[in-house]
Design a protein around this ligand. Structure first.
Ligand code: FAD
Ligand code: PYC
Length: 404
């Protein structure tokens, strides 16, 4: 008698690829999987394959510092990220999977008069669009986070901060699993260890993809590969202004809960939050040179630890236990590249640099709409690749938490 085993906890692993799918999604990160989820759930498109060269969430989705917020600078950005924050609220319920979504409040510290002006500007734009952000005094910062030394050792005193009440964190890899499982339950195939090596095009239309496990014919391809985007664009003969920089992060040993809000300091190149497990998750600025690599460096740990101690001298005996890096696909204007491209059936979700985790739900929703209708969703109209040709950039640099 053959043994029966329980259903897989997350998703099934098909033995082989089919010869044809209605659409192929390249990249098993949060964005690709979210698009598969909404395509299957909202548009009944289930003859889909998600192709992932490694394991699900192995890219930036599983490497980020999980900060979720909508306190952006441009009207396009604020509306887009606000919709994402709204979608995050129901995800654990939708997936029946605990994403550890935790609303903490988010402080962006200002250490100079110029930074205070920028925080006031962002607060006003945010309020205009109904987003809960305000400029607060150093006393308010100290009240919300007593261990923080607001004099920063006397060298860069905090002069004020942008406080954004909706700021949150979540368990990043569970987001990939939740979207993947939801899509798979509706019939979407997920193929890990399957690398796309080529994309075939006839008369400027997508006809198929070549993979490390065989060839597939399809008329629609979504490219959601973050730091690998330039390689995929080369396969279809498109150019973009993306440059790839490593972004590193590290975590401390676990501690009892003591840090409630998320603290960001652009001037000190620090962002930090405490996870449900008690670890501090910390990051700094981008590595200052282009590099297609996820190596990590001692220089990063030393620099970040020094700045962390300026903010939190009480941490001098706390150990760092892990560090890693991701490959950030940076655009010149710090806004994403989304939507249709000059190649019919080739859709792009890229340019997520250091800011795309929070956008995972809204990217999935808007890309699913765009693919199903072959028409850009209203929320992404201004994010297309074409904006660089038209010189219609969306200056979002002032709202990036990460120094560059
Ligand atoms: P990924 O998760 O990178 O997925 C792309 C996938 O494509 C990968 O799994 C890769 O293996 C696969 N792939 C590539 N090439 C191929 C191929 N040829 N064939 C098949 N598969 C392929 N954003 C925030 O909003 N908040 C933060 O706090 C934040 N912190 C960050 C901290 C760090 C250290 C880093 C690196 C990034 C951070 N980000 C943050 C940015 C965020 O992580 C990314 O923008 C987001 O995760 C991108 O998701 P994705 O699904 O597009 O890409
Ligand atoms: O976009 O909020 C953000 C962020 C924080 C750290 C990296 N990205």
């Amino acid at each position: 008698m053959s043994k029966s085993y329980p259903e897989p906890r997350m998703f099934t692993q098909p033995d082989r690829l089919k010869s044809s799918y209605d659409a192929v999604i390249i990249g098993g990160g949060g964005h690709g999987l979210a698009a598969a989820y909404y395509l299957s759930r909202d548009y009944g498109m289930t003859n889909l394959a998600v192709l992932e060269r490694s394991y699900l969430g192995s890219g930036n989705t599983g490497r980020n510092t999980t900060i979720i917020r909508s306190n952006y600078l441009t009207p396009e950005g604020v509306k887009f990220y606000d919709e994402s924050v709204r979608l995050w609220q129901d995800l654990s319920q939708d997936f029946d999977l605990n994403l550890f979504y935790s609303n903490r409040g988010h402080f962006t510290l200002a250490h100079t008069d110029a930074a205070v002006r920028m925080m006031r500007w962002r607060a006003e734009v945010n309020k205009h669009f109904g987003i809960d952000s305000e400029l607060v005094s150093p006393t308010e910062v100290k009240k919300a986070c007593p261990p923080l030394d607001i004099t920063c050792g006397g060298r860069h005193p905090v002069l004020g901060a942008l406080y954004h009440a909706p700021g949150s964190i979540a368990r990043h890899d569970a987001v990939a699993w939740g979207y993947g499982r939801g899509a798979n339950q509706r019939g979407v195939e997920i193929h890990q260890q399957t690398e796309v090596l080529g994309i075939t095009i006839k008369s400027d239309r997508i006809t198929g993809v070549e993979t490390s496990r065989g060839t597939i014919s399809t008329s629609r391809v979504l490219c959601a590969v973050a730091g690998f985007t330039p390689r995929l664009l080369q396969m279809v003969g498109l150019r973009s202004p993306l440059s790839i920089h490593p972004l590193q992060a590290m975590v401390s040993e676990p501690m009892k809960p003591w840090l409630d809000p998320i603290i960001v300091s652009g001037s000190l190149h620090v962002y930090v939050s405490q996870t449900a497990r008690g670890e501090l998750v910390m990051g700094a600025s981008l590595d200052p040179y282009e590099l297609h690599s996820t190596r990590s460096t001692l220089e990063f740990v030393e620099g970040l630890a020094a700045h962390m101690l300026e903010l939190f001298p009480c941490l001098s005996h706390v150990k760092v236990v892990r560090q890693w890096a991701g490959m950030a696909d940076m655009t010149p204007d710090f806004a994403p590249i989304m939507g249709k491209t000059p190649i019919a059936g080739f859709y792009l979700d890229a340019g997520w640099g250091t800011w795309g985790f929070k956008a995972t739900p809204v990217c999935g929703k808007t890309m699913a709409y765009t693919i199903a209708n072959d028409r850009n969703h209203d929320l992404i109209q201004n994010f297309t690749l074409d904006r660089f040709r038209q010189y219609e950039l969306i200056g979002e640099k002032g709202a990036a938490s990460v120094g560059h």
